[in-house]
Structures are given as structure tokens and as C-alpha cells.
Design a protein around this ligand. Structure first.
Ligand code: F3S
Length: 764
């Protein structure tokens, strides 16, 4: 950490020197003047070039990230791509976490569920372990815990910058780190030593004052805020917490709040360095990091006085009420005092069929000790669980520490089921047998998301989000009509029983029990030696895409002319396809199956112009590939919006696409296409979209050289498309590209990864 802070201080000092002069020239500073928010400080301190213009909401910052974290589902593609770079190790510390592929069952218990996952996804885990050994990554085996909890316990650094291939990466903001969830292509960039690009964010200051009272918990801060901001309200912003209330919260409580910033679409969330962070660092055996952070706290880990926030929201913690959010969206926020009436008015099923505690969001020592205290209160009076209670510890460290300190015993004695230290029911990995498919029912969880079908695959399940202490209390009532802050239950003797408000313990008095990544030092293996079964349906070694050849751009078929919205979900669907993320050929069978055919209005149905027959989009793409026919996609506005999913670019490339031509691109997708060696082109005149029909052929040409001439791609080359219609007439329309000098090199090499690999060979 000391070396990191020295580098950051140097870059920040230079940025402070350059940025004001840039601002006076171009109005292009992150902040107005010298007083910086914490977000700006950390981002400026990580600029590759401190002289870079950094304009909020407009320019893309080129940053030097300190760390990468990958979870098992996303790590597969990231590591398969990293293999193509021929690099021997990752340029920055990187950890791999096996947490998403473990299915929770009530019957087998945690150990049994891990064993089942080892059998069903063993080849994936083996691949991740071998890759980790080869590239010197930290490998956390199945059962070790959930990515964000392990990062908080081991790797999060106040003032650091990390990226993670998972949307709840901002959890590390609770320890003062800028941590952003990204797609695999970004991870490969950072692991390859390339700059990481982030659109300069706006900063939304969340001022906390007062102190939480009674049942109100850190979770309620973000449940309340989600209600105010809605699921889109944080888009383009970093949520930066400040004010006296921040000092009253635990580090893990702030992590919960930052974790769920993802629910309002925020780039990330962050908290300035506090005494609670220092205590957490020491409890997790990081005294040296705490000392280093102390020494730079005022200069580097706090916002400057009078800094400028683009927007400020104030929350008085003293007045905050517990909330329940849902169903089906995390921003439907209801204070507990109004919840029973709201449930009745909406006809939500009030009987609770499941109460779930834990996940990466809420399984801290403080959370678990509060839950223990409530469960103890209830069982001391002879109450029994009315709803099955499941507990998903965030990591083996928290689980072992809780076991050592007897925290989980009362929960188990009450009938609670401890699931594996993994994502489990939070991500639909829940073999639920108590309800039938499609049966309307309600569950309450301390997790972070509640979209339809997320937890159990049943879109009729109403999932409500709350603090772990509220979930625990509700499990003794069995109904959503219960308000534990006001209502009474009946104890074993028929007397009135009221919970007293929960008291937790912030950190274990004798520290955490400690957990380490797997020791892979005995595995001597290089990237070339990583084994992948050629018959596997889950994993497939990636082959480098062929290099650029201008002649490949002639007589291209139009695979599909897309009408309207075409997100990365339309291009590469998720759901059941996720299990093929490591197998490009298999997952390519979902290519563009959600896009609307502009000619017919149909979905996943296009004409094969070679045979004249209609078929699915992937089937026609495959047929073209086998016949050696190149193809293009014609797109509408904002093509590729949505997530940073790199499969939406890899799959068309794999199936023989040469270019995507559309009215406009979502920027991240446009960059992803370039990285995969595909040409993203836009119409100079958007109305030219109407000139292309699905049975036309398209040749991309250098507009100045004209048809039939091979050409070299350069940042300034003017491009055009010669469209040949079915009646053999043709017309030429101008096209635009946005390739920079370095991106042109990616296209020439066939992909950004090919380019990196070629550079490696040159350096040898
Ligand atoms: Fe896993 Fe759910 Fe967190 S899927 S990473 S526990 S949000």
C-alpha cells in the first residue's frame, strides 16, 4: 500500500498541476477548481497520463487499475482470452473466485452442495485453477466464499482502484476503494497491462448525518436511497458518501451500502477513510495497510473541503426507518411501518415461504451477531421458526470465525440451514422443492437483487429485500404483515413477546480466523499447458481470429437487418446460455436470437440468401460461415446498448461477421467490436439505413479508391458501402468509422489480443 500511495501522490500532484490549465482551455476538469471529491482524487491519481483531459460525462479516462477480481462464470472467457495474449502473468494482481456455480439445496448441506458442484462443474474449476497456477493468480476454490466478501477481507485498499467481472464489485467501496464492475474484455485489458477506460463520472454526494437508531441498519440507507434514485438514477455517477454520519457506521455496513449502489445503476460507490476502516483492516490482519492509509488519510483518502458534488442527497440516519424493497425491483421501497398496508393494497402474498440471510451483501460479523441476538431472544421464549431460514455465509473466514465464537449455534438450533459459502440462492442456484413452478409465493432476503426469477427461477416468486435482522425476525412471524419494531408475537406460554432492537458486535474480539487462497505453488504449468478437453461442452480453447484482409470485405450477405432496440442481451442472451460462457462455439448458438428482423418483424428468423429458405439467425450465420460467405449486420440506433458483455462481439466475429453497420452504437459495444477485430461502421446519412434490404449484398470499400480495390485501413480512410440489390442495380453510400491509430492496429492484427500477442513475440 505504501508504494501505491507514493505513486498516487506523484500522479495526483501532476494532475493537479495540469488539470486547471486544461480546464481554462477546454472546460475540461473533473471538478471545478482545486477542491476535489474523493472520487476525483482517486481517479486522477490513477491516470495513465496526468495531462489527460478529464471531462465529466464526456471524456474517457485512461486509468491504471491496481487489481482485478474474477468470479467463476466470467473468469472462463476472461482467462481463455488472456491465453491468446501469450503473456506469462497478469500485469496486476488478480484473483479468481469459485462462487457462482454451486447450487444450494436444503438437503445436502454446505459440504454436500460443494461436492455436487465439484462433480457438475469440475472441469470449469480445474480450468480456473490451472489457469491461476499458470498466470500466477490467486485462486479461491469452491466453498472459500463469495468474490466481494473475500476481496473486502483480503484485497480492498483505501484509495485503490480495482475492476471486477461482477456488478457488485463496488462492495469494496466500503473500504474506501474505487471498485467497478466490468465485462471480461476490460479485465483482459488490465491483466495485459493496457490502460483501462472509464467514462469520467459525475459525482453524487450522499451526505449522512445523525446516527442509526433501533432497528435501522446500513442496509436501510441503501434501500431508502434506491427508492429515491430508482434503478436508473445513479447512471453515470459515482455515489460518494460524506458527512458526520459516515463516522458512525462500520466498515462492513458501508460495504453493504456500496454493494447495492449497483441497484441504482451507479458506476460505483465510495466512502472516505474512517476509523472503522482502520479497525477492519487490523481485524483482518492488515496492520501495515492500516498504518499506510493513516499516513496519507488527509491528503489522499478524504475529499477536499468545499469540493463540488454534481448533486447532493442528504439522509438523516437518526430518522431512518427500516425498509422493505420489492417485489421484482430493488427500488420499490416501503418503510416498515407502511409495509403491511402496502402489501395488502397490492395483493402481494403475505405468507412467507423463505427467509434468506447472507450473500456478498450482508454476511458480516456485525450482521450475524445481530441475527444471533434476535434468534436467541425468540428461542429463549420458546418461539419456533415459522418460515424456513437459510444462511449463506459470505466466506469461509466469516463462517469459521462465527463458528469459533458460537455465533451460528443459536441459528442452527432454531432450525436454520447453513448453506455453502457461495452465491447460491442469490443467483438462482437454489434447488427449491417447497413450491411448484409458477406458484405465487413470497420470500424475504438480505440479498441485493430481486428481479423476477432471480432467486429460484420462478417468476411468480415475490422477493422482498431487507436487512438481515428484519429477515430473521420475520422468519419467526411467517408473515409480511409483521412489523418487528412495533408488533408482538405470542410465545410458547401464550404470552406476548416483543423483540427488543438488535445489538450486534462490529468485529470479533480475537480477530478473524484467517483464510488464504489455494496454495498452487506445487503446480508448475505454463499457459500453453493448460488442458481443455476437446469434447467438453462447457469449455473450448479460443483460436486467434484471422488478420485483416481488405479483400474479405466484398460481396457480403446481410445476415439480419435489425429493427429498433438491439441490446447485448438481444445479441447474446443470458439465462440458460450462461453455462456456455467458456465455449464460444456453443454459446454462439444464441447469436442475435432476440433481435427483430426489420423485413418481417419476426424474431430469430431470417432468410438464407444462398438457399432461399428461412431459418434461425445462428443457423444461417453458421451456414454462411461454412459456405465461406462473409456477412454484415445492419443495425438501428444505439446498437449494443446494455452490459459490457464481450460475447456480443465475439460471437458474430466467430461466425464470420465482417462488419456491423448501423445508425449509431452504444460506445462500449463499439469498442468491444473493435477489440474482437470487427469493423463497427455507421451511416454518414442515417436515412441510408432504409436503402439496404435483407437480400442485398454489401461491399465495404475505400470511398476514394472505389470498388474492386484492396485497401489499407487507417484512422482517416474514408469508407463507403456498395450495395447491390436483388435486381442487380447498385448504389454507394458513405460510411464512418471511429478507429484510432492503435485500434486500427487491432483490426489489422485480427483482434486486440492478437496485437498484444504479436508485440510479445517481437519483444522476445
Ligand atoms: Fe454472488 Fe449474489 Fe453477490 S450472485 S456475487 S452473492 S450479488
Amino acid at each position: 500500500a505504501a508504494a501505491l500511495y507514493a505513486r498516487m501522490a506523484d500522479t495526483l500532484a501532476k494532475a493537479r498541476q495540469y488539470q486547471p490549465s486544461l480546464a481554462s482551455r477546454a472546460g475540461a476538469l473533473l471538478s471545478c477548481g482545486h477542491n476535489l471529491t474523493l472520487t476525483e482524487k482517486i481517479l486522477l491519481a490513477h491516470l495513465v497520463d496526468p495531462r489527460q483531459v478529464a471531462q465529466r460525462g464526456k471524456s474517457y479516462l485512461q486509468l491504471r487499475a491496481d487489481r482485478v477480481a474474477l468470479q467463476d462464470a466470467s473468469a472462463q472467457t476472461a482467462l481463455l482470452q488472456f491465453m491468446l495474449t501469450k503473456l506469462k502473468t497478469s500485469a496486476v494482481p488478480t484473483s479468481v473466485h469459485c462462487d457462482h456455480l454451486i447450487v444450494a439445496t436444503a438437503q445436502s448441506g454446505a459440504a454436500g452442495d460443494v461436492q455436487t458442484a465439484l462433480r457438475s462443474s469440475g472441469e470449469v474449476f480445474d480450468f480456473l485453477q490451472a489457469s491461476s497456477a499458470a498466470f500466477k493468480l490467486q485462486f479461491w476454490a469452491p466453498g472459500s466464499g463469495i468474490i466481494h466478501q473475500i476481496v473486502l477481507e483480503n484485497y480492498a485498499t483505501p484509495g485503490g482502484l480495482m475492476i471486477g467481472c461482477d456488478s457488485h464489485t463496488p462492495n469494496a467501496g466500503g473500504l474506501g476503494m474505487i471498485a467497478v464492475g466490468v465485462g471480461g474484455a476490460d479485465a483482459v485489458d488490465v491483466m495485459s497491462g493496457m490502460p483501462w477506460e472509464l467514462k469520467a463520472p459525475y459525482v453524487l454526494g450522499v451526505k449522512l448525518k445523525g446516527k442509526l437508531q433501533g432497528w435501522a441498519s446500513p442496509k436501510d440507507v441503501i434501500l431508502h436511497l434506491a427508492g429515491k434514485l430508482t434503478v436508473k438514477g445513479g447512471t453515470g455517477f459515482v455515489l460518494e458518501y460524506f458527512g458526520p454520519g459516515v463516522d458512525t457506521l462500520s466498515c462492513t455496513g458501508m460495504a453493504t451500502i456500496c454493494n447495492m449502489g449497483a441497484e441504482v445503476g451507479a458506476t460505483t460507490s465510495i466512502v472516505p477513510y474512517t476509523a472503522a476502516m482502520r479497525r477492519y483492516l487490523i481485524a483482518t490482519n492488515r496492520q501495515a495497510e492500516a498504518n499506510a492509509a493513516d499516513s496519507v488519510a488527509a491528503a489522499m483518502l478524504q475529499p477536499d473541503e468545499n469540493c463540488h458534488y454534481d448533486q447532493v442527497i442528504e439522509i438523516d440516519l437518526s430518522k431512518l426507518e427500516p425498509h422493505i424493497n420489492g417485489p421484482f425491483t430493488p427500488d420499490l421501497s416501503t418503510p416498515i411501518s407502511e409495509f403491511a398496508a402496502t402489501a395488502k393494497a397490492n395483493g402481494w402474498p403475505t405468507e412467507l415461504k423463505g427467509a434468506l440471510i447472507g450473500s456478498c451483501t450482508n454476511s458480516s460479523y456485525e450482521d450475524m451477531t445481530k441475527v444471533r441476538q434476535l434468534v436467541q431472544q425468540a428461542t429463549d421464549r420458546g418461539l419456533k421458526l415459522k418460515t424456513p431460514l437459510y444462511i449463506t455465509p459470505g466466506s469461509s473466514q466469516i463462517k469459521d470465525t462465527c463458528d469459533r465464537d458460537g455465533v451460528l449455534d443459536p441459528l442452527v438450533h432454531a432450525g436454520g440451514k447453513i448453506l455453502a459459502n457461495a452465491c447460491g440462492p442469490c443467483i438462482g442456484q437454489w434447488k427449491r422443492e417447497d413450491i411448484k413452478a409458477g406458484e405465487k409465493n413470497s420470500i424475504i432476503t438480505s440479498f441485493n437483487r430481486n428481479f423476477a426469477g432471480r432467486n429460484d427461477g420462478n417468476t411468480a416468486t415475490h422477493t422482498f429485500l431487507a436487512s438481515p435482522e428484519l429477515v430473521a425476525a420475520m422468519s419467526f412471524a411467517g408473515t409480511l404483515n409483521f412489523n418487528p419494531t412495533a408488533d408482538a408475537l405470542t410465545d410458547a406460554n401464550g404470552s406476548e413477546f416483543r423483540f427488543s432492537s438488535p445489538q450486534g458486535v462490529e468485529l470479533p474480539a480475537s480477530g478473524f480466523s484467517g483464510a488464504k487462497p489455494s496454495d498452487l505453488s506445487g503446480m508448475s504449468i505454463s499457459g500453453d499447458q493448460i488442458e481443455i478437453n476437446p469434447k467438453s461442452s462447457r469449455l473450448q480453447r479460443l483460436a486467434a481470429f484471422p488478420a485483416w484482409d481488405g479483400r474479405l470485405m466484398h460481396d457480403l450477405a446481410v445476415l439480419i437487418k435489425v429493427k429498433g432496440k438491439c441490446t447485448t442481451d438481444h445479441i447474446s442472451a443470458a439465462g440458460p446460455w450462461l453455462k456456455y460462457k467458456g465455449h464460444l462455439e456453443n454459446i454462439s448458438e444464441n447469436t442475435l436470437i432476440g433481435a427483430t428482423n426489420a423485413e418481417t418483424g419476426k424474431i430469430n428468423c431470417v432468410r438464407n440468401t444462398q438457399t432461399g429458405k428461412d431459418d434461425t439467425v445462428p443457423a444461417v450465420a453458421r451456414a454462411y460461415k461454412e459456405a465461406g460467405v462473409g456477412w454484415v449486420v445492419i443495425g438501428d440506433e444505439n446498437y449494443g446498448e446494455g452490459s459490457a458483455r464481450e460475447h456480443a462481439a465475439m460471437q458474430p466475429r466467430f461466425l464470420g461477421c465482417r462488419a456491423i453497420i448501423c445508425r449509431s452504437f452504444a460506445r462500449i459495444h463499439e469498442t468491444n467490436l473493435k477489440k474482437q477485430g470487427l469493423l463497427p461502421l455507421t451511416f454518414v446519412n442515417p436515412a441510408d439505413y432504409d436503402k439496404i434490404a435483407a437480400d442485398d449484398t454489401v461491399s465495404i470499400i475505400n470511398a476514394e479508391l472505389g470498388p474492386g480495390k484492396p485497401f489499407s485501413l487507417t484512422p482517416t480512410v474514408k469508407l463507403a458501402a456498395v450495395i447491390t440489390h436483388k435486381d442487380e442495380t447498385s448504389e454507394t453510400i458513405p460510411l464512418r468509422h471511429t478507429l484510432s491509430e492503435s485500434q486500427v492496429q487491432w483490426i489489422h492484427a485480427g483482434s486486440a489480443l492478437n496485437f498484444i500477442a504479436a508485440e510479445q513475440i517481437k519483444q522476445k
